[in-house]
Design a protein around this ligand. Structure first.
Ligand code: LLP
Length: 429
């Protein structure tokens, strides 16, 4: 499989192509994806799930990064697609993605989004509120089409991750709470709804999570609740979707357990829990985003101004910033950086990599050891495949970078760089 290495010229090589060559050909800032690595992650999920012996399904969480080329790649690898908006749905359909393998998520699905999804034949709705039960049922009835759905519940489990990306606690805008009885109310409404087919339940406790402690705790609660529901109505969940959230290695501080071990632990907990409550063993569905694309992506920037403030800090500025790299500013996330054209250079100090936007928080990485950067050097940031392009903005009228997929020494542009004309598109005089 493809992962980066350094060539004798001291250049970072991604997917068989030296980073300076990619920068020369496509310009910077540039997102580069190692296609083989994305495919390998998809296959790892499938292999690891197969080993558990459970019936399973993996859907890629598009929010991490979506374009038509990526949707096609997911189809080729046999993954479904989880979309959270009309826009993601539109992109997936434009790629020719089979709607039957698309799941629609969202805590506030608009009627217009539901209508489009129903008309397209979306395969699964993750119902997130009581009012959605009624609306989805009505709209499905209007269109005369049945909607297969899961109920999203919040098991009341705290995940050990950044507050902004915690989603499983009782105090959450997502899902319906188990403890308060709202989840039961919603499930019963769904079971009665004429146009809904209830497949099972869904939970997602958070993102960038290491270990399975939280997931197993959530599983225990959800299975106990399902046992109660079964007694009440005879409903037996055929599907349990545990969302995504698998942590990746941004820096040496992150030590994710192998996926194979994590999934084996989850599967064992699911089997044990189902047996304990005498529930039929449900299918295990996953929707990973970050762990599919995160480590496969790099950002390449060109170094501009270098500012050394004696006794204070050294700043190296690049030609992008928080417009294409928001996670450092938003979550205090940490990244590894390198001079991609001089990988053999010995570190000569620490540098804080900043962008060119008018905001002091516009930081890419803080106090990183680097050889003395020079104007025109190529700076690479690793692990930017998830929630980077997807969270990019046009703040300061920045142009969105191009995205290229590289594989076996070949590069193909999958999203072109924005132009100034793109800025004016949609503006009315
Ligand atoms: N399923 C649901 C219901 C989700 O809410 C999410 C992520 C996923 C799946 C995929 O999670 P993943 O496997 O990627 O961890 N912008 C933040 C991440 C927000 C995640 C939101 N939900 C970041 O950059 O860290």
């Amino acid at each position: 499989s493809g992962s980066a290495h350094i060539n004798p010229a001291g250049e970072l090589v991604i997917g068989g192509l030296p980073a300076p060559e990619l920068a020369e050909r496509f310009g910077t800032p540039l997102f580069v994806y190692d296609e083989a690595l994305i495919r390998e992650q998809c296959r790892r999920f499938h292999r690891a799930l197969q080993k558990t012996g459970l019936d399973h399904q993996v859907s890629y969480a598009s929010k991490a990064f979506l374009c038509r080329a990526l949707a096609r790649l997911m189809a080729e690898e046999g993954l479904g697609l989880d979309v959270v908006s009309g826009g993601e749905l539109y992109t997936a359909l434009a790629a020719g993605f089979d709607p039957a393998h698309i799941h629609l998520h969202g805590n506030n699905k608009l009627d217009s989004e539901l209508r489009r999804a129903l008309a397209a034949g979306v395969g699964c709705y993750v119902v997130d509120s009581l009012d959605e039960v009624a609306r989805l049922n009505t709209l499905a009835g209007e269109l005369g089409t049945r909607a297969r759905c899961l109920l999203r519940v919040t098991p009341g489990v705290e995940a050990h991750t950044h507050d902004f990306i915690q989603t499983g606690a009782a105090d959450s805008k997502f899902g319906l709470n188990l403890a308060s009885g709202q989840a039961s109310e919603a499930l019963r409404a769904m079971l009665q709804a004429e146009w809904l087919d209830v497949l099972g339940v869904h939970f997602h406790i958070g993102s960038q999570i290491f270990g399975t402690e939280g997931t197993r705790a959530a599983l225990a609660r959800v299975l106990a609740w399902l046992a109660g529901e079964r007694e009440h109505s005879g409903f037996a969940a055929r599907v349990l979707n545990i969302g995504g959230g698998f942590g990746i290695r941004y820096t040496g501080a992150d030590q994710p357990q192998p996926l194979e071990d994590l999934l084996a632990e989850v599967a064992a907990a699911l089997r044990a829990g189902a047996a304990e409550h005498r529930l039929p063993l449900p299918q295990l569905w996953l929707e990973p985003g970050r762990s599919i694309v995160g480590e496969a992506g790099w950002t390449l920037y060109t170094v501009g101004t270098v500012k050394q403030i004696p006794g204070v800090r050294n700043y190296v500025s690049v030609d992008g910033g928080m417009s294409d790299h928001l996670r450092t500013a938003l979550y205090g996330a940490d990244y590894e950086v390198a001079l991609a054209n001089r990988m053999h250079g010995a570190p000569q100090g620490t540098y804080t990599v900043v962008g060119k936007l008018c905001e002091s928080g516009d930081v890419v990485a803080r106090d990183k050891p680097l050889p003395e950067p020079r104007h025109g050097d190529l700076l690479a940031v690793s692990c930017t495949g998830a929630y980077h392009y997807a969270m990019s903005s046009r703040y300061n009228a920045m142009l969105r970078p191009a995205v290229v997929f590289v594989k076996d020494g070949e590069a193909r542009e999958v999203v072109r760089r924005e132009t100034y004309d793109d800025l004016l598109r949609g503006q009315l005089d």
